[in-house]
Design a protein around this ligand. Structure first.
Ligand code: ADP
Length: 775
């Protein structure tokens, strides 16, 4: 029958959807009910006040009496409050209250704060005597403290622990609790930070960077280690220390040695090597070169990357390759800002960290395959990196201070210039690296690829012999590429197969030996029995151990690589009218292309298939228009004998392979030839390939990629190539032996093209035409 008198301070709530009120009251004192006066509508009683009666007079006495108890209580209360997060204003206020309030008020206040059941809280309220209240609350406090401790222990290992730990640390220092292993860890960390600071001060970073680092380390020292930012800042500082601000290798450049090294590493590619030597020579004469960035453009596998590596070797510099294919986020180049969790520097800074010097050779591989996305344009970020006027103060977002890139030698590679953004292209000097001829490939294979593959497979030239005819077979029948990459792979496959044979041979040689070492006849028999279940070929081999060196001839080639993938089917394909061979340029090198045409009854429609671009479609229209306007001159008729070629006739033109998109004007002459063959019913020569753009007047205009196209024709075994007359100068680039194998026809108008494409010429019938016109 004890209650608490209180003053209602605030009533909050509403009647809707159902009555719900919160009452804020201030407790005044405890009372005891003497007599209940009435119960309805609300209880009214006569009460007697029980506490807070003579607090001023009694205070000293009670404190003396309860001194020990209240002191104990106070200590627990302080301990509990300090375990909480002091940075929360309410907690700080509570801490102050503990000191300012009279001790006897504390049990009531703390009971209301700590986590207890309502039952326990009521018990404390019911307890009238102060001593009793202290005694009752202390166990509650202790329980809460233990609970908190347990909680902190389980949370501690987590990096991102909450801030409660912050409050514990100063506490421990005050109380001088003996240090545990955890403390040792912290001490260690502290030492690390001191070491880091030392490293920063002794490193040779720029003034600006030093300033930033010192500021960061100051922050780091104050930061609790469990904060996520701690690790972030530390990683940042460690990177800053590791970066080669002032560390460089000494260039040892001697042009003569460089020439020898380049020649030794790479066969052919004279133009490229010449330009690279020029570049290096200028570098030797003038130390600080703000020259253009070299960009090697060519099909895959022609040695662009490996020339880059050789340049680094000749200069005695570190080499680092940055693959840019598919990169579509500018932070890949320039890094993420440090505000992100998981942010990191861009590839340039990362590369510098990896090589550990500030003057490496960076090979920016596949710059033509940079993407673009919502995360910004990486090509634009590269502009700053590659501009010699700007790159002495390249700012990575992660570092946020400038780093001098002017000592880095950048080399770029690409398959085509078409997809390189113009601004980027403008900063680079393009060096075309065309594909190889068959002869060059044979030389490369025998000088570089085969020795390399032998070494990789642990074989010696005494064990395997690959004659040049075999290499030529691999090149023509098993690969069709401008570079030498798949040739390299095929040679690898051959080496693997031979390695098996060689290993087997060794095994068989050693096996009887081992049997002899074993005890007598039984063992020997056992071995021969074991050998029996092996395949027939193996037993045959046993009888005839492979002779060293193993010669790779065409049969061996067929065994290892399977049936040939490419056959020379040129002559077969041209056994009917309406087919002509064109030459196309692709980023993978030149290719020959069979253009096919057919006609059928219809309404004069032209169907084009083979994934053509707009320019190519226009070429097809041009070709048809020119033929229609010249039909009488050439006596070309459609199926019904009319000179209007599209009269009641549909034409279908197809460009294989259908899955590859094609575009460009250079197929013009091929389409004209193909259609001329279709309408005249004559066969185009099987060994002729052609390229050239056409106009409505019948002129043949120059096109690009002549060298690659001619090499493709040569690879395919063709004999004659028709090219625009204005492309004659491009032939100089082509190796003499290729030129000797081929006959070139320079054409400046379509008459010349048709005359060269058909056996016996494609005669113009001027007289007939004139007669006709008179009629
Ligand atoms: P890319 O970068 O042009 O795609 P790589 O540089 O990776 O091609 O070359 C592929 C392989 O071909 C390398 O092993 C390289 O050594 C070899 N290679 C290419 N061209 C030559 C050459 N002219 N002389 C020697 N090896 C070459």
């Amino acid at each position: 029958r004890i209650g608490t008198a209180a003053l209602a301070v605030q009533v909050v709530g509403s009647n809707w959807p159902k009555p719900h009120y919160t009452l804020l009251v201030t407790g005044l004192c405890r009372f005891q009910i003497l007599q209940l006066l009435k119960e309805k509508p609300y209880p009214v009683a006569e009460v007697e006040q029980l506490d807070r009666l003579e607090q001023f007079t009694n205070q000293h006495k009670s404190e003396e009496e309860l001194g020990e108890l209240s002191e104990q209580f106070y200590k627990y209360a302080v301990q509990l409050v300090e375990m909480l997060d002091m940075s929360v204003p309410a907690v700080a206020k509570l801490r102050r209250l503990l000191d300012n309030l009279p001790r006897e008020a504390l049990p009531d206040i703390l009971t209301s704060i700590i986590r207890t059941s309502n039952q326990e809280k009521l018990q404390v309220l019911d307890a009238v005597r102060l001593e009793e209240r202290f005694k009752m609350t202390i166990p509650l406090l202790v329980r809460q403290i233990e609970g908190l401790k347990l909680l902190q222990k389980t949370r501690k290992p987590k990096q991102d622990d909450d801030k409660r730990v912050v409050a514990i640390r100063p506490n421990r220092r005050i109380n001088h609790i003996p240090s545990t292993t955890e403390d040792d860890d912290e001490e260690e960390d502290h030492d690390d930070v001191v070491m880091l600071e030392k490293k920063i001060r002794t490193s040779s970073m720029s003034e600006q960077a030093l300033k930033v680092c010192l500021k960061e380390i100051k922050r780091l020292k104050k930061m609790p280690q469990s904060m996520p930012e701690y690790a972030l800042t530390r990683n940042y500082l460690e990177l800053m220390v590791e970066l080669p601000w002032n560390k460089s290798t000494k260039d040892r450049l001697e042009i003569r040695a460089a020439r020898i090294l380049l020649d030794n590493d790479h066969y052919a590619m004279e133009k490229l090597k010449k330009r690279v030597l020029e570049y290096l020579a200028v570098r030797q004469l003038k130390n600080n070169l703000k020259g253009p960035i070299l960009c090697f453009v060519g099909p895959p596998g022609v040695g662009k990357t490996s020339v880059g590596r050789s340049i680094a070797k000749t200069l005695g510099r570190e080499f680092h390759r940055i693959a840019l294919g598919g990169v579509c986020d500018q932070s890949d180049i320039r890094g993420h800002r440090r505000t992100y969790v998981g942010s990191m520097p861009g590839r340039i800074i990362n590369g510098l960290k990896t090589v550990g010097v500030n003057n490496p050779v960076f090979l920016l591989d596949e710059v033509d395959k940079l993407g673009k996305s919502l995360q910004g344009d990486p090509a634009a970020a590269l502009l700053e990196v590659l501009d010699p006027e700007q790159n002495h103060s390249f700012t990575d977002h992660y570092l946020n201070v400038a780093f001098d890139l002017s000592q880095v030698l950048f080399i770029a590679t690409a398959n085509t210039t078409a997809t390189i953004p113009p601004a980027l292209l403008d900063r680079m000097e393009i060096i075309q690296v065309p594909g190889y001829t068959q002869e060059e490939k044979i030389e490369i294979a025998h000088r570089h690829l085969i020795p390399k593959q032998l070494e990789q497979h642990g074989l010696t030239p005494q064990q395997i012999q690959i004659p040049q005819v075999t290499t030529l077979d691999i090149i023509t029948r098993y690969t069709r590429e401008a570079g030498v990459r798949s040739l390299d792979r095929k040679l690898g496959a051959i080496c693997r197969a031979v390695a098996v044979k060689v290993a087997e041979g060794q095994h068989k040689e050693t096996k009887p030996d081992r049997a002899e070492v074993g005890e007598g006849e039984d063992c020997k028999e056992h071995v021969t029995e074991d050998a029996k279940p092996e395949s027939i070929s193996d037993t045959a081999d046993l009888a005839l151990p492979p002779e060293m060196p193993i010669l790779i001839d065409f049969h061996a080639l067929k065994d290892i690589l399977g049936p040939p993938m490419y056959e020379m089917e040129v002559s077969e394909r041209l056994s009917q009218p309406g087919v002509a061979i064109g030459l196309a340029w692709t980023p993978l090198g030149g290719e020959i292309m069979f253009v096919e045409a057919s006609r059928m009854d219809g309404e004069g429609q032209l169907t084009l298939t083979g994934q053509l671009g707009d320019v190519m479609k226009e070429s097809a229209h041009l070709a048809i228009s020119w033929l229609r306007s010249n039909a009488k001159r050439y006596q070309l008729t459609n199926a019904s004998g009319s000179f209007d070629l599209l009269d009641n006739t549909d034409i279908h033109l197809h460009f294989p392979a259908g899955a590859v998109t094609k575009d460009g004007p250079s197929a013009g002459v091929t389409i004209v030839t193909c259609l001329a063959s279709l309408f005249s019913g004559r066969l185009v020569c099987s060994d002729v390939a052609m390229t050239g753009e056409i106009t409505l007047r019948g002129l043949v205009l120059p096109v690009g990629g002549i060298k690659d196209k001619v090499l493709a024709a040569h690879r395919a075994g063709l004999k004659r190539v028709i090219i625009p007359r204005r492309n004659e100068k491009d032939l100089e680039e082509i190796a003499v032996n290729v030129r000797q194998d081929l006959t070139f026809v320079m054409a400046s108008c379509l008459d010349e093209v048709l005359n060269a494409a058909f056996d016996g010429g494609f005669a113009v019938k001027p007289r007939v035409e004139r007669l006709n016109s008179k009629l």
